[in-house]
Design a protein around this ligand. Sequence first.
Ligand code: AMP
Length: 132
Amino acid sequence: MDTIFTKIIKGEIPCYKIAENDKFFAFLDINPLAKGHTLVVPKLQVDYIFKLEDEMLAEMMVFAKRIAAAIEANVPCERIGIAVIGLEVPHTHIHLVPINKVGDLNFANPKCKLSEEEFKEIAAKIAQSVKL
Ligand code: AMP
């Protein structure tokens, strides 16, 4: 059965897309910890990051690095925090979150409410900065 992320990758469910290549896809988290919070997912539907083949995992981190650089170029922050939770959606994904302090990466924090326009605007800015 397709996960919600596979449906996004296939274009069956809308998303605020950032970038894709032949193996990976990046889009904004719909319930972000911060403006610019992005998810990086493999197109191959594997439920848990540590089930990925070594080469795929390494390539995913390099893809995430490129996306993080584009977020950093558009969202003022100290760092792009990286997290893997995976308790909600059983499709490997890396969270890339702009942070200024350690507590900003706490998933128990209240989420950031953005309008559709704000989602579109930040997605477009990040997307245009991506250099894969
Ligand atoms: P977790 O599996 O615990 O890492 O959490 C899954 C993440 O996916 C959460 O941060 C959700 O906000 C996010 N999410 C779930 N559905 C969507 C969607 N349709 N579009 C974008 N992000 C989503």
